[in-house]
Design a protein around this ligand. Structure first.
Ligand code: FPP
Length: 260
């Protein structure tokens, strides 16, 4: 996607023109960041929200099509009640403070995950921000909230089974496209790049189907420290990869969808 700032940013950061269309991030290490500073865990989450702000803005300016952030997993409900409550408050604050900035940057907010699990106040705030940004045509910012890749796949299987039961679909007609079309990410491009901060080598139940051919960039940087230079390093790393999608020849820069 071309944006007014893209050419200057590519030059400034010595990036090649083909960028990932869709970047997904597992934002990890907020707790360790806080612990190193003898601060409560919530201070790490608060600093993490600043990283989100910077990375969202840069992604929009660079013309990425989608940025999916793993903000709260279904497993995160197991954290102490106080931490969960504070995380929800932070999310609410983020939505309230950021909606103007999202509008200014033409960013459209979306969510994936079991939104019905979230407190009513958060759902209302989400609904408002989603509606307010619904006509934005730039970056799609996708917050994964109460998200589980396995649950999303389970819901997709249930939806497909219902179509089979009513006779609208034959089992032998089910293809990968049918499954893709039943996932919550159906209107997003393929995930080209997955970034995970804080050095853990796990997928943690994130986008299980969608990560099939993604490039992985794992950095030891903790999420609250992950800012513009780290994101640019991840994009540069991506641009060095030889993407073969299971074949033998690299298609870097040669596929229409890559060549923006
Ligand atoms: C993991 O750090 C991070 C999360 C639980 C999710 C990310 C949440 C934020 C960045 C907070 C703000 C979110 C929004 C949408 C405003 P961790 O606590 O697991 O870190 P640790 O592994 O070092 O303990």
């Amino acid at each position: 996607m071309e944006t007014p700032k893209k050419p200057a940013l590519l030059k400034r950061y010595r990036l090649k023109p083909y960028l990932p269309r869709h970047v997904a991030i597992i934002m990890d290490g907020n707790g360790r960041w806080a612990k190193k500073r003898h601060l409560p865990r919530i201070a790490g989450h608060r600093a993490g929200a600043h990283s989100i702000r910077e990375i969202v803005r840069l992604s929009g300016e660079l013309g990425l099509e989608a940025l999916t952030l793993y903000a709260f997993s279904t497993e995160n409900w197991k954290r102490p009640r106080q931490e969960v409550g504070l995380l929800m408050q932070l999310l609410k604050q983020y939505l309230r403070n950021e909606v103007e900035e999202l509008l200014q940057n033409n960013v459209r907010l979306q969510t994936i995950g079991n939104i019905q699990d979230l407190p009513a106040g958060i759902r209302a705030e989400l609904k408002k921000s989603i509606e307010m940004t619904s006509r934005c045509t730039g970056l799609k910012l996708v917050l994964a909230l109460s998200y589980s890749g396995r649950t999303d796949l389970t819901h997709a299987v249930q939806a497909i089974a219902r179509q089979v039961k009513t006779g609208r679909l034959k089992p032998e007609s089910i293809t990968e496209k049918t499954i893709e079309g039943a996932l919550s990410t159906r209107d997003l491009p393929e995930v080209d790049l997955l970034i995970r901060t804080s050095g853990e080598m796990r997928v943690s139940n994130f986008l299980l189907w969608e990560l099939a051919y993604s490039e992985f960039h794992i950095t030891k940087t903790l999420w609250p420290d992950f800012r513009t230079p780290h994101f640019i390093a991840a994009l540069r790393d991506f641009q060095t990869r030889q993407r073969r999608f299971g074949g033998v020849e690299s298609i870097v820069g040669s596929v229409a969808s890559w060549a923006h």
